[in-house]
Ligand binder design. Sequence first.
Ligand SMILES: CC(C)(COP(=O)(O)OP(=O)(O)OC[C@H]1O[C@@H](n2cnc3c(N)ncnc32)[C@H](O)[C@@H]1OP(=O)(O)O)[C@@H](O)C(=O)NCCC(=O)NCCS
Length: 215
Amino acid sequence: MNDLVGVYGAAGCGRGILPLVRAQLAGTRTRLVFIDDGAAPGTINGHEVLGWQDFLALEAGRRFACLAIANSRVRETLAARCAEAGVALFTAHAENAVVMDDVVIAEGACLSPFVTLTSNIRIGRCFHANLYSYVEHDCVIGDFVTFAPGAKVNGNVVIEDHAYIGSGAVIRQGRPGAPLVIGRGATVGMGAVVTRDVPPGVTVVGNPAKPLIKD
Ligand SMILES: CC(C)(COP(=O)(O)OP(=O)(O)OC[C@H]1O[C@@H](n2cnc3c(N)ncnc32)[C@H](O)[C@@H]1OP(=O)(O)O)[C@@H](O)C(=O)NCCC(=O)NCCS
């Protein structure tokens, strides 16, 4: 029986990731669909859209889901749903994404086109690295971390779980044994230049990046 892969989420993120998965599956007999309760039943970009229960009901050999949702909390919820249903997490990897030496990435990552991960890097579950983002040497990245397009993370940086790095943001390098730390659930705004640690849960913007304070 043929394997089945569902790209979970048929919104912008999923529509950018499904073609990567399709390229990875080229030449196999694996069936590829979107999973999206809000858009099912239907067809998007030539691919069938199924609700979660219909995805589980399809006859299949092995069953995988690629979590293509930018919101990290939703990804975490869906990862738990997949684990409960015995659906394995699929890693999407653009053909031209570059991964150098000693890079360990946990399950469920999405590496978009032109992503570069250099050497000696550790990355947790369900990492999203959007177009043109990079991670330099000796970084440690937690679970459910999200990089928007063009996020630039230099060497010796620690990024804790659920942090979000906005489009075009640049993170200054840390030092061996004294990394620059982006705290759990922190948000780095688009275009920010981060020169110091960002505390957990804080949003920073600007150059040099400072906490975003709303009136
Ligand atoms: C930082 C961010 C999370 C703040 O979002 P928010 O809480 O909704 O904030 P608001 O849009 O209400 O903006 C609040 C203020 O901050 C300013 N601001 C927002 N983002 C900013 C940024 N990245 N840099 C500088 N200033 C920013 C706004 O202009 C506004 O200023 P004002 O009060 O003087 O008008 C968001 O703007 C951002 O940068 N998100 C990342 C976007 C991205 O990378 N998208 C990629 C999609 S694939």
